[in-house]
Write a protein that binds this ligand. Sequence first.
Ligand code: CUA
Length: 158
Amino acid sequence: MHVHKYEKIWLIFGITTLIVFLSVVGVSAFYAGNQPPSCLTVIDPEKVDSTAPFNEPGLKKVEGKDWDYELVFVAQAFAYTPGDVEVPLGAKVKVIATSKDVIHGFEVAGTNINMMVEPGYISEHITTFDKTGEYLILCNEYCGAGHHMMMSKIKVVE
Ligand code: CUA
């Protein structure tokens, strides 16, 4: 079978990029331990209010973990609880969120926090806020008539 020279180059290029991309994903997932924010921890969406830690949304200092604080959010149409929260500058924070009704978004504008918040699942993201200021939390999954009003705020203070 005759394969044209340019076709050969293109095939080698395609296979090489595929191997590179799969290696990057593989190293990131299995060596660096990166997971999607919805790491398949499940929760009964009917019992969110009575299930820890969602029975006490907000910021909590924790001991003996790889992070200093846990910041717990409950999303429901069309608001987050808490509606705004203060976080100390430089603290390592694990953001934990779930939804009581439909799929919501959890995007913290100006950071790389962007999670999908699904009913029945717990989404988590560990981060450090190293700049003071106000960070807007927005819902970026269309969730109904009040979707555009769904927001919260993280205030990073010294
Ligand atoms: Cu909640 Cu859009």
